[in-house]
Design a binder for this molecule. Structure first.
Ligand code: FES
Length: 583
């Protein structure tokens, strides 16, 4: 149902640009009219910005311009004016040194794009890993009504009768080559099967996780996360979201109304239930900081600890996003959590109502894909937050992707000083390492890499792989791809490059991991640790600040992983107001 301008409850911010008869209003309207907009489109109806992360170099988001057309149709239907706006698109598979280094830049650009322009409401068209959190962070810092539409996952990949999961198959096959299980020709043939349609990674990697987080937070319409990119219902979702944002503007339903503490608690539990990516930890911590919610790593551990992982998707399980959609999608998971008393049912969503209203009637159409709790993949699926003298500010591990037998282990450290050191030595059969050792990688954190790259799931040494071993404990200050798996301890904080204890681990040290006790301990005395840290302080370390450009801004202002690796000066909501016109 479209609205007439007379029905709008207040003067919209876009009227600061387009309303009235002043010279400035004529300037703003007149230039936009070169696109052929009739006079009555400036009569006070809302301007909806469709913030589009489409880019030819962001293939996961390569179909978003078609989706934008459906959003536009919905906005027009509801009586508002849609204007498509390109925004910074940090693609996971092209950006170097890592897309994560640009998440905050993208968020800053989105925030300023929204605030500086006549946008009354925004549809955030996102998909690839960093595009979803960056646009949500930017929108949160303006508090302009916003709704998320993700591009949806690719269809299942198939190779020789087996599902090929995005990323997961890449990691698995690269290990299989080193173990001599498959040939390079097999690997190249499988490449053709990995990405058979438009869309984001089809595993429960970071893109699918963040799409699920957006829905669980209430920032997307119910059912958005799992619809495949090429399914006609994805386009329906886009059109409905276009209609919906217009009503949200009318109601002034803001990100801060939706992304409450209750919503974040729901999202953390959902992450445990779906076996979601560890990357969600840093993104949600940063996002919470934008809306002024004091979310901590301890919240992740406390809220997720008893949540069973019920979604049987790679990398934790067997299936892919396409099957998740056919089984009923995220509403089924939310209903399960609600029935189990693990959902804040009253949390508001962009629908304007409580989340429970959206999911209470959801039905599970495939109980092998979305398991009942008594057949869960793991009974404690949340993110385990480890602490100890090796990680005073915390480190994370994803139990559903780890090997149960390694959850309590004492092993000899084999240390790599940085990723180049790892690459140079890991293939050498003379390396003093076996499957009982613990691999330690330094200088891959927020400042050290820089950007906290997804290298934490270091491949195992070939000589270990040839024994048929598929997992070892790995510790680093890096992240890992949401599509990856293994007993991998990540986000160790403080990072090595700023002098965290990780910096002074030496090959031969003994390390103790006890996931049940949430303990990560370097087995040296406090005196020895103190002496090593004092010695480290005297040395010129790696994190030398770049002297110019974005790299300098990043280095000078990025925070540590345990608070979300946002920039210190970007935390919080700065609102939607701009002080004055430019003319
Ligand atoms: Fe873009 Fe996975 S690389 S979604």
């Amino acid at each position: 149902m479209a609205f007439t301008p007379a029905e709008w409850p207040r003067r919209l911010r876009s009227q600061e640009w387009y309303g009235g008869t002043s010279r400035d209003a004529i300037y703003h309207r007149g230039w936009l009219k070169n696109q052929g907009y009739p006079e009555d489109l400036f009569d006070g109806r809302p301007i909806i910005g469709i913030l589009n992360t489409w880019s030819d170099l962001s293939p996961c988001n390569g179909h978003l311009r078609e989706l934008a057309d459906k959003v536009k149709a919905g906005v027009w239907e509801a009586g508002a004016v849609p204007l498509e706006v390109p925004v910074f698109s940090a693609s996971e598979n092209t950006f170097r040194p890592t897309a994560m280094m640009y998440r905050n830049l993208a968020a800053m650009a989105v925030e300023e794009t929204m605030r500086a322009q006549p946008i009354d409401g925004a549809v955030l068209l996102v998909g690839c890993d960093k595009t979803t959190p960056s646009l949500m962070m930017g929108a949160a810092s303006t508090d302009i009504p916003s709704i998320v539409v993700t591009g949806g996952p690719m269809l299942n990949g198939w190779f020789r009768g087996e599902r090929v999961g995005s990323g997961t198959a890449l990691w698995q096959m690269s290990e299989d080559i080193k173990a001599g299980k498959i040939s390079q020709a097999d690997f190249l043939e499988a490449e053709q099967a990995m990405s058979r349609s438009s869309g984001t990674c089809n595993t429960m990697g970071t893109a699918s996780t963040m799409a699920s987080m957006a829905e669980a937070l209430g920032m997307a319409l119910s059912g958005n996360a799992a619809i495949p990119a090429v399914d006609s219902r994805r386009r329906v979702m886009a059109q409905l979201s276009g209609r919906r944002i217009v009503q949200m503007v009318k109601d002034d339903l803001k990100p801060s109304d939706v992304m409450t503490r209750a919503a974040f608690e729901n999202a953390i539990r959902v992450n445990g239930a779906i076996g979601g990516s560890t990357n969600a930890v840093v993104h949600l911590l940063a996002l919470a900081g934008r809306v002024g919610i004091d979310l901590t790593l301890d919240d992740w551990d406390r809220l997720g600890r008893d949540v069973p992982t019920i979604l049987n998707l790679m990398p934790s399980g067997e299936y892919l996003m396409e099957e998740f959609f056919y089984a009923g999608g995220l509403p089924v998971v939310l209903k399960h959590l609600g029935d189990a008393g693990m959902l804040n049912r009253d949390a508001l969503t962009v629908s304007g109502g409580p989340i429970w209203d959206e999911v209470k009637d959801a039905r599970n159409w495939n109980e092998d894909v979305i398991r009942p709790a008594d057949r869960a993949l793991t009974s404690n699926g949340g993110i385990a937050v480890l602490r100890g003298n090796l990680a005073p500010d915390g480190a994370v591990l994803k139990p559903s992707a780890a090997t149960p037998a390694l959850m309590k282990h004492r092993g000899r450290a084999v240390v790599f000083e940085d990723i180049d050191d790892y690459k140079a030595r890991i293939g050498d059969d003379a390396l003093d390492i076996d499957e009982t050792c613990i691999m330690v990688l330094k200088n891959c954190g927020p400042k050290g890499y820089p950007g906290m790259s997804e290298v934490g799931n270091m491949g195992l040494p070939p000589k270990v792989l040839r024994k048929g071993i598929t997992d070892m404990i790995r510790i680093s200050d890096a992240r890992m791809s949401g599509t990856a798996y293994g007993t991998v301890i990540l986000h160790t904080s403080p990072e090595a490059a700023v002098g965290g204890p990780l910096a002074v681990v030496r090959s031969g040290d003994m390390i103790e991991l006890d996931v049940a006790a949430r303990r990560l301990h370097l087995d040296i005395s406090d005196e020895e640790l103190g002496a090593r840290l004092a010695e480290w302080d005297k040395r010129e370390h790696r994190a030398v600040a770049p002297d110019s450009g974005y790299a300098k801004l990043f280095h000078d202002h990025v925070e540590q992983a345990h608070t979300g690796a946002d920039f210190d000066f970007l935390k919080g909501c700065r609102g939607r107001d701009v002080p004055r016109d430019s003319h």
